[in-house]
Every structure is written in structure tokens, then in C-alpha cells.
Unconditional design. Sequence first.
Lengths: 223, 850
Amino acid sequence: MDAVLKAKGLKKYYGKGEALVKALDGVDLEIERGRFTAVIGTSGSGKSTLLNMLGGLDMPTEGSIRIGHTELSSLSSEEATVFRRKQIGFIFQNYNLVPVLSVWENIILPISLDGRRPDRKFIIEIVNLLGLGKKLDSLPNNLSGGQQQRVAIARALASKPSIILADEPTGNLDTRTSGDVIGLLKMTGREFHQTIVMITHNPEIARMADRVVQIEDGRIVTQ
Amino acid sequence: MKGVFKPIKTLNDRLFKQNRGRNAVAVLAILMTTLMFTTLFTLAQSMSRNIVEMTFRQTGYDAQASFKSITDEEVSLIAAHPDVEEVGESIVLGIAENKELTGHQTEIRWADESYASHSFAKPETGSMPEKENELAADTTVLDYLGIPHEIGRQVAIEWRPDLLSDEMITSTFTLCGFWEGNESSYASKIWVSRAFADKMTAGQDGPASEEQILGTHMAQVSLFHDSNIEETMDNILADADITDLEYGVNLAYSPEMNASAFAESVPMYLGMILVFVAGYLIIFNIFQISVTTDVQFYGKLKTLGMTGKQLRKLVYAQANRLCLIGIPAGLLLGWGLGVLLVPVLMGMMEGEASISANPVIFIGSAIFAWVTVLISCLRPAALAGRVSPVEALRVSDVPDRSRKKNRKRGNASLAQMAWGNLWRNQKRTVLVICSLSLGLVLLCSFYAKNAAFDMEKYLSELTIADFELSDISSEDYGGGYDPQGTTLTASLVKELESAKGIEGSGHLYSHQLSWQMDDKTAGNLAAFYDADRLKDWETYDPQGADGARISIQEKKATAVLFGADGIPLDAITQDHSILAGAFDAKAFASGEYCLAISPDVSAGKGTVLPVPSVGTTVEMDGRRYEVMAVARSSGSVTGGAMEGGRSEGITIEFVIPSDTFKEQYPENTLRKLFLNVRDSQVNSVQEMLDEYASSVDQSLPVTSRKTMTEQYEAETRSSAVMGSAVSVIIAMVGLLNFANSMITAIVSRKREFAVIQSVGMTKKQLCRMLAYEGSYYAGITLAASFLFGSLAVGIGVRAMTAADPFSTFHFTLLPLGICTPALIILAVLIPYLCFRNLDKHSIVERLRME
């Protein structure tokens, strides 16, 4: 299987001397195209740090990350931003929707920021699949948590990224909605042949993934 | 989902609608900044325009150059030159000598439309005369003659076609046009028709002889460009092959004039720098606060793919949106304020002050304000652009990274907590303190500068008595002083001197004669007017310099002999006025002595003065006087017009006792009467004079100390109002900055407050802590203001007033003293009100707030 993402020897240290914190301490990880991977770990295990590195939001102290043919550490912060909006879809625990923009505007924001025209037909398809068809002109604050997260999923899918990174997408949702959201995420991923990496501390949720990676104290324990 | 989605524009629109409160503060700050710029620009523009305008009025025309004598042929040659825009012509007939016009020179002329309009004498009602019996005049002349401002009225003008004879003729005209007279021009013109002029000159071009003015053909040349007028004129004359034709360049176009107009505007330009600083301090702070508050939002946008450049663009777009409201509003209000202030500023200047509505003002102010906003946004925009997505994702309220690692363990007293809170954002605290202190220090400086003005010192230079009355011809520089003038009649003098409350009086007479000087005096003159000084003199007054040369060579000068007693004599014989010798009142009264007046008021003791030395005996009109002392000249005593007729060389002035003068020249009448009046009676004497003016002689020239004071106040209200207005606005900007910072500091900490409340701090304690914070803020600001205010006043203002002869420096920080309680009250009140507003939500609600 070809790997869409390759991370090698990833280290992220904070602080110095006695206060040194090893958030990531030598992580090697390969993500295969089209698969749904869950990264599981307790709070403070370094899983969020890992996801931020993989998405180019933060730079590692040491090690390399390759997405497709691009080495992330070689990008400037401005280039990383542009790369991110083209190649990576994000889904956050707190949805990260822009409150002043409507659902539709939120979904096409990364594409528009890139100066591209959104593929209207494709996005409508996603929206309908996620059951957001009637909510396009609403503002995020008028939606329920589950609906907001579905908007975030639509946004992540809209730009046809190489990879979707989801950081505790169900962290703010109740059990039933969580199940629905993960089901939708998995379904749309399969539908549009997307690669998904999801972080969770919930083994129940993780079990729905194709593959589970466990991280503890900044190291991968089981793959 | 209609149209193309432009993320930055859309975000800008929505954010704008969302942050109404914050926008209002920002718009207010931009508005005030623009307002100050506009006011200053309007003032600067109007000031220099009015100064130039005033010079035009004084020189009598606004064309670039004029010819005092020219022929028809030369006019047509010059008019044909490509550099010449227009040539206006005029023919002088004579001077109106109606009794009612004494003291107001009124020239009888024919002029074409161009000449009339460039001389500010184009009829506003009616038209220029065409028929032989028509005449146009200004309202001043009509008023003197007692003729109503109505077309068709008969006007009789008395004049002498032949200046060498005393034969007066009366020409009667029909009024065909008139215009508003101008007080600041020394002479009026009345226009007659070309037909009448031709009849009088019998078609001759130019006066019959040098002594005559009838037929003098004058012209004014308007050029396309104001620069290098002399060069252009020389070229024009050379191109037209005209030699020996003298022209004069309008003084209003001289570089000195522009320089002085610019100098008048310098304080405005300095003001603009201050406005920029004040504007920067607040606008920067507002944007810095909003970017810091929104840092998570910007971080979120960055995770979603907004680049740093796009984020900066978003910040600028928000700023521009605010400018779009703030700047036009500021322009409008600022111009309105300018319109209100210009007349106040121009109070001293005669005539209506013109208010500049030049588009340059608006464009300039708008650009200045906009640039200020953009510069203020530089750093906040960079901050937004640099935001790190990961940092922004973390929920954190503390933007300051430079913090102390450890804190001393101690009691967490409210005062200590407040002190700590104050320095959580050092930069902002310093900025707000600077902003507020700037306004307060400026206010103090302006106040101290104005308070330093010493009215007594000022008035003593301008007038030496409570009332100074003079003969109407005393200031008639056109016609010359008439030593037998009849304005100050014996009965008037008697009546005034015996009025209630008169404490002292004084008289001044004058006589002018041609004087043959002795060798020593000629030597003094030659030593004083050396080559350098003459050269310098020549640059602005070639005739004067020539006069000095003639005087030195031929030992001839024009002497003006003043007879003085009482107030004027006392004034020029005070110790500081005597430059050489010593004044002995008793000996002087004998009539054997005279005082020589030095024209150089700045000379110190010991320098050679261009007058006879002390001890020299001078002979005038057959009587000999010994020069007792040399005194400084004083405007009130020796100022005024010379007698008409030819004068030889330079003028040397002498003072003798008035009794001696009256013996010598019994024909001469009183030139000036000086009166000092008890303070309580000043008004009644003024009433007497007003009464006399309205019933007997409306032209009686009176200078009173009181009107001088009023005139001065009108004149300085300018800088007082100006300075105060700008510093008050700057102080207000500081206050707004202070309030805004405090309010946002409290509102952004609502969650933190909920946290400390949830662990047991009572409302009362929290309020007290906030009040402490506020008073620390106020305390530091006041300390800084007092410190820098003392320095600014004690050093800056002291130095400024030292250079001003009319000032006496007093150290004062009064405005700061007045502001102190207000600031402290505000510092406690704002946190209290803010907290009350926050307290509407329960602790749990606030804990949940993001």
C-alpha cells in the first residue's frame, strides 16, 4: 500500500533542563491512502501534539514529515498555511467554525482563501450526504453541536485534501451524536476515497476505525 | 450562496457589524484625529491666505507688478507679450480734497475693468462709469461724504487739476456704482469715465510736469506665474525693447512675504505632529487591544488556511472601514470648527476673514488621518499575521510572554493583586499613560505660555497713556501731517483735561525743517551708516539708503522738532530710554537743551548713534539748543506721518519742551494729547469721547489703553483658543484611550473574575481591587504628568517666554491641578461601572463564557 503520509523520528520538546517536557519522543508513523486511522491515547500522551505536527500547524524539534511529495519541515510558515488549505482538511473538537460566516461560507472558506472557485456540485453532494442541505444559510451558533461538527466535516472534505486530520471530533458531543458523526465521517471518507487520521481518547470510537495506533508518553505503543 | 464568495471582504463586513461598541470607540478616535488635522489645516491655510490677502489689500492690488508711469504704446507692447496674462490701465486725475475726506486719501482716476478688479475696487453694485458725468466710489468714501449707498445720487468732488495752484474746482457726478470699502488699505479710489479723464488731460499721455499728477498713466501687469517675477518682467521689457521703464513688484509676492506667511503657520504644523502622536497612541492601542482580544479568532482563520498576508489585509480592511466613517465625519466637524475659529484668530485683522474651503485641506487632512491610522495598524496587523495557529488554539487570556518566572510568596492583598494586574500588559499600560500624559502636559504648557503674557509690558510698548488723541493728519502717510491741523481744538483739550478723574496729561507738537548739520554729526552718521548697513537698507528701501548717503555727503537732513511735556516727555526720558547723556528735567525746562532721538532702538549704550552727540549745540530756525541726551524713539511719541512736501536726506528727530516750542512756532497746533485717567473714570472719559465723536467730529483718532487691551485679547484669543482646543482634544483622546483600555481590560477578564469570585472573593473585594487598579493607573499618569509638565513648563515655556519681551514667566501647573481630582474620580468610577455591568451575569454563566 502506498503511504500518503510518512513521519520519521518525530520529536517535540518544550522547555529546558529540569522543566524539559518531551511531548513527542521519537515517533515513526505511516498512513496509507484511503484508510481511516485512529490515534488513541490518554490526556497528555502527546496525541494532539502529533496531530498538530502532521497538519503543519506546529513544527517538530526533530524529525521529518512527508505528505505526498512535500517535506513539511522545509516550508516557511506562510507556505505551510497555503499547503494546509490545499492538502489538509481539519476537524477540531470545538468545530472551529467562523461564527460570523454562514454554513456555506464556512465550508468554502479554505477554498476561497486559496483563490479557487469551489466545486459547487461536489460540495452540494457532500452537504446533502451530511444532511446539511437546509442549513446552508444558517450561522453556526444556531446549529446543534452535532450539526456544527458535520459542517466541519463538510469543510474538511470540500477542498479534496490529501488527508483529513480530526482532533477529538466527538469530544464535545454526547454518545449518540458521537456515533452518528463518526459514522458520517467514515462513510464520507469511503465515499470520496479520503484518508482520515482521527485522534480520540475513547476506545469505543477508536474501534470504528480501520486501524488503531496507541500513543503513550510521546511514543507509539501499539500499531 | 449567491455570487462569488470573497472571504476577506465578507469577514470584514460581518466583523464590522459584530463589534459595534469597539468600532464606535475606534471611529471616535479616528474622527477626533481627523478633526484635529482638519482644524489645523483649515487654520494654517486660512492664516496664510489671509495674510497674503491682507498684504494685497495693503499694497492695494493683487497683480504681480505695476508701472507708476507708462505710455499707451508701452502698454500695448507689454500686453502683447506671451508671458503676460493681462494688463490693467489707469489714469490719475488728482486727489479729492473735500473737507469731509481730510485724513483719508481719495484718488480720482479712470481705470479699465482689469485695473479696477485687481485693485479690489470693482463696483459690486452698479457698474464702472461710462458716461462723462458718471462716477463709482467705495462705501468708505460715500460714508465720509455722507452720501447714501444708492445709484443715481449726486456726488460733488473738489479737486485741483493743477497741483501748483490753489485753485479748486468742483466736479459733479452721478453715482453709477459702488463697492465695499476696505479699512486696511490706506487710500480709496473713485473711478471716473475715460471721457471725463480725456477731457481733463486733453488727450495728453502722461503728466505735464514732474510736480503734476494729472494724466499720470499707470498700469498693473498680471503674469501667469508667481515665481521669478523680476526676471520675467525684465525679460518682457527686453523682448518688447523697452528701456528706462521702472516697475515695482507687488510686495505680497515677495519671498519674504511667503516666508512670513509660512512662519505664521509653523505652530499649526507643529500641532499636526502632536496630533499624529496622539492619534497614533490611541488608534494603535485600540487596534492592539482588538487584535489581542481576537487573537484566537485570527489563529482559527490561520489553521483554516488564511495566510499571514491575508490576515494583515483583514486588519487593514477593518481599519479602512472605520476610516470610511471616521474620516468624513471628522473632516466635516473639523472644518466646522475651523470656520468657527478662523474669525476668532483673525480678530485683529480688518475686514472679513476668508475661510479657506480649499480641497487641499480636505484631501490633506484625510490623507494625514488615513496615514496615521495605517501606521497605527502596522504593529497590530503584524501581530495578527504572525499569530501561531497552535498558540491560538490554546485557551489563554494572557498575551504577555515576558513574565517573571516566580513570584515572591506573600499575602495576596487586594492592593498587591491590583498592582500585579496593572503590569500584566506593560506595553499597554505605558502607552495609555503616555497618551494621557501627553495631553495634560500640552495643556499645562499652553496654559503657562498664555499666563506668562504680561499685558502691562505689552501696553507700555504700544501706548504710554490711558488715552491718546491725535490730529487726523498725524497718521496721514499719503497727504502728510498738517502742523496746523484742527482736530484737537482748544475747547476739546480744555474740556478733557478738566474732566473728572484725570490724573495726568501731556502734549505733543511737531515741526519739520531742513537742517544743516555740523561736521561731528555728519561723522556720527557716516560711522553708523557704514557700507554694510547701507547695503542692507538698500535691499528693502533704496530711497532711504540714498537719503542717508545724501545726508552724509551734503550734511543736510530733515529735522523733526517735537515739543513735548507731561506724559510723552516722561515716557522718553525714563532711565531705560536714555541711550547717552543724562536727563535733567529742570535744566531741560529752561529751553536751552534738546533731546536727540535715536532711530536704532536696539543699540546699547556706548555705540555711535546717527544723531548729534551729547553736548553738541544744534541750531534750528535761528535758535540754538545743546543736546542733553539721546533717547530711544517710541512709537507713541515720535511715530506718525511726516509733513508733506519734499524732505532732504534722512530724518533726525529732536525733542524740546513744549513751552519753548510754542514760543518758536506759535502757528503750530497740538499734534497729540495724552491723558491718564483714574481707573474708575476710564469709562466716563470714554463716553465723553464717544459723545464728541458722534456729535462733533466722527474722525477723531483715539487710542485707548482699554481698546488696545481688547484688541490684544482679540488677537491672542487666537493662540489661546488654538492651543487650548488642540490640547483639550489631545487630552480627551488620552482620556478615551484610558477609558477604553480600562474597560477592555475588565471586560476581557470577566472569566478570570468569575474564577476568583468562585474561589471566594466577594463582590466588594473585587470592586475594591479594580478601584485600586484604576487609581494606580491615574496615580502613575498624574506622577508622569507632573514630572514632565514641570519640565516642559519650567524649562520649555520658561525659555520661550524669555525670548518674548512682553512675557513674565510664572511657574504654574494649574490645569493639571484641576484635572487631578477628575482623573482620580474617573479611575475609580470606570471599573465600578464596568463591574456592575458584568455582574448582571451569574458566576456560572461567566465561567462558561469563552
